[in-house]
Design a protein around this ligand. Structure first.
Ligand SMILES: NC(=O)c1ccc[n+]([C@@H]2O[C@H](COP(=O)([O-])OP(=O)(O)OC[C@H]3O[C@@H](n4cnc5c(N)ncnc54)[C@H](OP(=O)(O)O)[C@@H]3O)[C@@H](O)[C@H]2O)c1
Length: 362
């Protein structure tokens, strides 16, 4: 990899995902943030002021403090931001805003997005490095088809990511027919502007998250789909889920029930997960140690979001309670925890950019 770092912009830099981009990219060996952009609310302000709420409270969400190099960086207006001023753009805005901004940016510069807008576009890969890295060359097709210099590739919904990672080695080794999932999602998953009021979620479980249950099945089928050169043929998977919001800050917990394509023992399932270390992640700066994307607990009281979300600096999906499910033909069930604002958002997007860079696609 060239010693020259690519210049990058973060759009929606003040939000929860945006802040995680800053935390991850401060001192990143391949990428250097040279521009931040936001809405007219924050545009024109130094970043340290832009993250303050109207009452003056600092809304820094990520660990530690705002990295020094960003506190004085002036936030640009996303509508007037020149995409040609950087080599790569990370987008962390809501989907309605992404729909307006991302095509304009991608006409000039590659965009890796946390928003849902482009996830199901036929010419855009929905990447989780190590799970479907072979879909990455679709970005070239997108640029060609649309006459753009860049492209937009989105990361999956934060409910889909951990489940896709945990199921990937099972899909590969045994096949996958049907998946049921119930999530207990963290409040940070709703972001600050959409937000869940503390008053509503504390001491409570909210049994509905708008739009989430429709996204997960189609995203999982696309991720496990077959890349044909011109697009991705979704996997013939039946997926059903219930997504709930619980009083946890970070880390989505999910109870997963999977009907495999062939019988497998609990030990075989655990071994497949433990051995999952995709070689193409080797050398990517944000990949977990040894490219091991899954940690499997034997302790039946794990995983727990508070104890397990930060494993591998938020890049490892932690699985526990692996057992047979006699209600399904080749049933297996387990519980997982995945960090929604790290692997499920900013750091997952940075890992995608690293994969694309390692494949010479940016
Ligand atoms: N939170 C998660 O766990 C998570 C996980 C996966 C994916 N995502 C996705 O990531 C995106 C951001 O989510 P979030 O949780 O970070 O939301 P958030 O905390 O509400 O932040 C969104 C930010 O977007 C900015 N914004 C609003 N209008 C804008 C505009 N016209 N131009 C530029 N910036 C604008 C706002 O910044 P100003 O201060 O400039 O107004 C706001 O801080 C969403 O698409 C979400 O679905 C989030």
């Amino acid at each position: 990899m060239s010693a020259q770092r690519l210049s990058v912009a973060v759009i929606g830099a003040t939000g929860i995902a945006g802040q995680q981009f800053l935390a991850c990219l401060a001192r990143h060996p391949w990428f250097k943030i040279t521009a931040l952009a936001g809405s007219p609310r924050s545009a024109g302000k130094p970043y340290g002021e832009g993250i303050k709420s109207p009452n003056g409270a600092t809304g820094w969400w990520a660990e530690g403090n705002v990295p020094d190099e960003f506190t004085g960086m002036v936030i640009q207006d996303s509508e007037r931001f020149d995409p040609g001023s950087v080599d790569l753009i990370f987008s962390a805005v809501e989907s309605d805003v992404a729909k307006m901004l991302e095509p304009r940016y991608a006409a000039v510069t590659p965009v890796v997005s946390a928003a849902s807008t482009f996830r199901m576009e036929a010419d855009s890969p929905l990447l989780i490095p190590g799970v479907n890295s072979d879909h990455a060359p679709l970005v070239k097709e997108m640029a060609e088809r649309r006459g753009w210099k860049g492209f937009v590739t989105a990361i999956p919904n934060c409910h889909t990511t951990g489940m896709a990672i945990a199921l990937a080695p099972l899909h590969k080794a045994f096949g996958l027919k049907t998946v049921f999932m119930t999530s207990m999602a963290a409040v940070s998953g709703a972001g600050r502007s959409g937000g869940v009021l503390g008053l509503d979620v504390t001491d409570n479980v909210i049994p509905y998250i708008v739009g989430e249950e429709e996204k997960v099945p189609r995203e999982l089928a696309k991720i496990f789909g077959v890349f044909t050169g011109g697009g991705v043929t979704s996997a013939p998977l039946a997926v059903s889920c219930t997504c709930t919001r619980v009083s946890v800050l970070e880390g989505h917990t999910e109870a997963v029930f999977a009907d495999l394509g062939m019988p497998a023992t609990v030990d075989e399932v655990k071994a497949a997960m433990r051995d999952f270390a995709p070689t193409e992640l080797g050398g990517l700066p944000t990949a977990p140690e040894g490219a091991r994307l899954i940690h499997v607990h034997d302790d039946p009281f794990r995983p727990q979001p508070r104890l397990d979300r930060d494993r591998g600096e938020g890049m490892v999906t932690t699985v526990g309670r692996v057992r047979k499910d006699a209600a399904l033909s080749n049933g297996v069930k387990f519980v997982l925890v995945s960090h929604n604002t790290k692997m499920g958002a900013a750091k997952g997007a940075v890992l995608v950019a690293e994969l694309l860079r390692s494949q010479g696609l940016i």
